[in-house]
Ligand binder design. Structure first.
Ligand code: IMP
Length: 194
């Protein structure tokens, strides 16, 4: 019988993706599957802290093993901003407003280095494990491409001449911060059941 594991997200696409990979070994449930409709506060000062708040909330309130992720864009010349504020950098105006604010702050800045970071917190049998994925790149001066979301149209990963928004989902997942962190989590989970 497969073991229940909650992915603390409301995004059913993210859940389906992980669920397909862990099929047989784990039954992956998302927040809606377990009846958790609370907007879990992300009040910590780091990606790891926020991921941890989410996984702990589920473990404490639902008594289930759980993992949660938190991601964002860090721009070197902006001293790591938008960082943990990536989703609400422009104060709630959404993806387009956030991206425009970064471009405005980077106007005329020549050091355009940036990176995406994902941290996953896994709470299993009362113990916490962290997995981290990073991808380095540079910021374009103008958005390019329509795929993906968030800051994808202005982020060009190192070694590529296109932005994340000009890649297929598969291409992006193979090198992205989230893809790399997920790969580590999955390798760990698969090794746990052998
Ligand atoms: P989350 O923690 O995965 O929900 O990411 C928080 C925010 O970081 C998102 O709302 C985006 O603004 C930004 N972000 C995270 N991952 C990506 C990505 O792969 N592409 C573009 N933006 C991202």
């Amino acid at each position: 019988m497969s073991r229940k594991l909650v992915f603390a997200t409301q995004n059913k696409y993210k859940t389906q993706e992980v669920s397909a990979i862990l099929k047989g070994a784990y039954e992956v449930l998302n927040l809606l599957d377990i009846g958790c409709t609370t907007d879990i506060p992300e009040t910590a000062s780091s990606f790891a802290g926020n991921a941890s708040l989410k996984s702990k909330y589920v473990a404490e309130n639902f008594g289930l093993d759980c993992f949660a992720d938190d991601s964002g864009l860090e721009v070197k010349a902006l001293k790591g901003e938008p960082g943990i504020y990536s989703a609400r950098y422009a104060g709630g105006g959404g993806d387009q407003a956030n991206l425009e604010l970064v471009l405005k702050k980077m106007n005329g800045v020549t050091d355009r280095r940036a990176r995406f970071v994902t941290v996953i917190s896994l709470l299993m049998n009362g113990q916490e494990y962290f997995f981290e994925g990073r991808v380095n790149g540079t910021l374009r001066e103008e958005p390019s491409g329509t795929a993906g979301f968030g800051y994808d149209p202005i982020f060009q990963p190192d070694g590529y001449s296109v932005t994340f928004a000009e890649m297929s989902g598969e291409e992006k997942n193979a090198i992205s911060h989230r893809g790399l962190a997920m790969k580590q989590l999955i390798a760990f989970l698969n090794s746990e059941i052998i």
